[in-house]
Design a protein around this ligand. Sequence first.
Ligand code: SAH
Ligand code: SF4
Ligand code: F3S
Length: 440
Amino acid sequence: MSAPKKLFIKTYGCQMNVYDSERMAEALGGEGYVETKSADDADMILLNTCHIREKAAEKVYSELGRFKGLKAEKPDLKIGVAGCVAQAEGEEIMRRQPLVDLVVGPQSYHRLPEMEAKAREGEKVLDTDFPEEDKFEKLKNRPKAKRGPTAFLTVQEGCDKFCAFCVVPYTRGAEVSRPADRIVREAQDLVERGVREITLLGQNVNAYHGAGPNGDLTLAQLIWDLDKIDGLERIRFTTSHPNDMQDDLIEAHGTCAKLMPYLHLPVQAGSDKILKRMNRSHTAESYIRLIERIRAARPDILISGDFIVGFPEETEEDFQATLDLVEEVKYGTAYSFKYSTRPGTPAAERAQVDPAAADDRLQRLQALLTKQQREVQDSMVGREVGVLFEKAGRLPGQMVGKSDYLHAVHVADCNRQVGDLARVRIVSSGANSLAGELID
Ligand code: SAH
Ligand code: SF4
Ligand code: F3S
């Protein structure tokens, strides 16, 4: 038997890309590829790319340039670009970087084996279709390795919201939900392979409406179906849109013990004028009322958010409204970005904010968010939380895991294994993590 071919995948962007990279590795696993952690000994390199901000897309080209020497040494090396840059730029990638043999959009990963075979014959291959078939169904029945305790599971893909700044509706296509029975089967399979915590993924995950036995299911109904799986201990989901936060999902946060008290609910901005121009179709007030309802159902829930500063036409007063909203909500964690112009999106045509002003706003917002994050983390000291252990710590006998609220927690003298869930009392709060002790 010939030696297995080696595959190096580098993943950028969101969790959905992480999930997709695993599926691509499985698809090519069926063709005799094993994964390697180094590009230097690979027979095939795949960059799974992100197009969300300009810098993310540019990184891809600089990374590709670095493979020039490698390809000169190893003419059989195949280089592929997958993900959202592949979808957005298609053939342009091969024109700009002739090293690239293969370009595959996020909806075509199940066709990778055929594409790889063509590339091996020296063809340049491109597939950025949005085919009708369920790519995940086509990708099942691949070799099944043992897994770590946490996993992502895509339940919904694409987006119909068309926020004025965002490329996702163009790169991931229209919103599609996978049927519930397939998701439940995949979750069962993950649990059999050692997974204890599943994060359900979708660009608009709470808009989930996949087919069930008696009509479409809501995300909350899907979560209740998954709740029945023995051995599955924790369920999370991301990312949600405020307008799709239905009553049954809010209620599930209060009643479903496996559903973790953590919610990523991006708001983007606090000024109604800007929200309107962003096409967000919610107001600052409606978002704050929504957070109140969620906290009424689950008082300890940790709220996470996304923010954009320097969106076209944002004034200092508009930005102040974002700071006011943050003060009111109190975020446990958040991601904030300077607006990045994406060609082809409506906001790209509008009057841009002075970059220095946008930088200054980003710094002020991040200072406030970091302070809040720290306060929320510190408030965990003295509390009892669940911790799912994910790996051994750096010190002997130490284990590291994530709390119900997704904080990293270190436990010294810990006689538990990776994959164990334990009750832990938090004793101190460090720069980026908590320390705790087991409660027997
Ligand atoms: N589907 C998710 C997130 C998509 S992208 C949602 O709807 O919330 C993740 C985050 O990137 C967004 O929430 C937004 O804050 C940020 N983002 C998207 N497009 C951007 C752009 N053009 N410039 C800066 N940040 C952007
Ligand atoms: Fe992008 Fe808006 Fe869709 Fe989120 S809801 S993916 S920000 S268009
Ligand atoms: Fe990036 Fe595509 Fe995800 S643009 S954030 S990889 S959906």
